[in-house]
Design a binder for this molecule. Structure first.
Ligand code: NAD
Length: 258
């Protein structure tokens, strides 16, 4: 049966591959991105977040069957926290009433295997406290001391922890809406291509995200997982961070995860 999806970051990479797959299967996809999609919205701003919800409500008639939050950035800059965390949370929370009106509603957000890298807990805790100004200040402080590289992983760790806390609440599990995250390893997209094209940066990426199974992935290899997590078939997977990383998490954390 045809379902209606809202996908953020739909103009590029993982979001685009997911949109293409879902449309190819006959579903309706409302895409959102900075530009080049059905809804133009800057998820780093409160205006853009409100615009997303307003336009999605208009275009969908107030009902969505699934939301897939892919929009994200990996800059050594507080903007990364604004988009990856607060933009994603505003997407999921803002569209939850539309999901509640949909059929077999499901939601997923894209975290990252970088969520298991050492994080700046000042950033993570500020995000989990819902304090965007404090999170931005903590990220700026990291950038100012030359530790901007920690911002991305910290933003994704906060996303993973937020999903685990949020998925089991009355508003989500209690309302029958599975909410999960996926944690990709290195996926070849416009986000990573410049790094992977440079041999020195590629070596750094591969050392921090070792992928013994099949190496780097293409976005089309990630889309089926997002697809399945948002099908009616997924009745009981919720609050999970599903790694699609060629084994990177198992290498990095080993038994430590348990
Ligand atoms: P991408 O750059 O191809 O796509 C990201 C999309 O997000 C772009 O279309 C961009 O315009 C959009 N976006 C950025 N800032 C935005 C804003 N302020 N408002 C609205 N949209 C905005 O990158 P991708 O690799 O497809 O990344 C998709 C998601 O997957 C991101 O959340 C990223 O962090 C995550 N991820 C990627 C990898 C990887 O290796 N590529 C690994 C793990 C996680």
């Amino acid at each position: 049966m045809s379902r209606t999806y809202l996908v953020t970051g739909a103009a590029s990479g993982i979001g685009k591959a997911t949109r293409d797959r879902l449309q190819g299967a006959g579903h309706r996809v409302i895409g959102a991105d900075l530009k080049g999609s059905d809804i133009a919205a800057d998820l780093s701003t409160s205006e853009g977040r409100a615009q997303l919800v307003e336009r999605a409500t208009e275009l969908s008639g107030g009902r969505l069957d699934a939301v897939i939050a892919c929009a994200g950035l990996s800059l050594f800059d507080p903007l990364t926290v604004k988009v990856n965390c607060f933009g994603a949370f505003a997407t999921l929370e803002g569209l939850r009433p539309l999901l509640a009106a949909g059929n077999d509603p499901r939601a997923v957000v894209v975290a990252s295997v970088a969520s298991v890298h050492p994080a700046d807990q000042a950033i993570v805790e500020a995000v989990l406290a819902g304090d965007e100004d404090a999170a931005v200040r903590a990220a700026q402080a990291a950038a100012d001391r030359g530790a901007g590289g920690v911002i991305y992983g910290s933003s994704k760790q906060a996303v993973a922890r937020w999903v685990r806390r949020t998925a089991i609440t009355d508003e989500w599990a209690g309302a029958g809406i599975p909410l999960n995250a996926i944690a990709p390893g290195t996926i070849v997209t416009p986000m990573t291509r410049p790094l992977l094209d440079d041999p020195q940066s590629r070596a750094v990426v591969d050392a921090s995200v070792p992928m013994p199974l099949h190496g780097h992935a293409r976005p089309e290899q990630v889309a089926p997982l997002l697809d399945w997590l948002t099908t009616p078939e997924n009745t009981h997977v919720t609050g999970q961070v599903v790694f699609i990383d060629g084994g990177a998490d198992a290498v990095l954390r080993g038994d430590g995860a348990w």
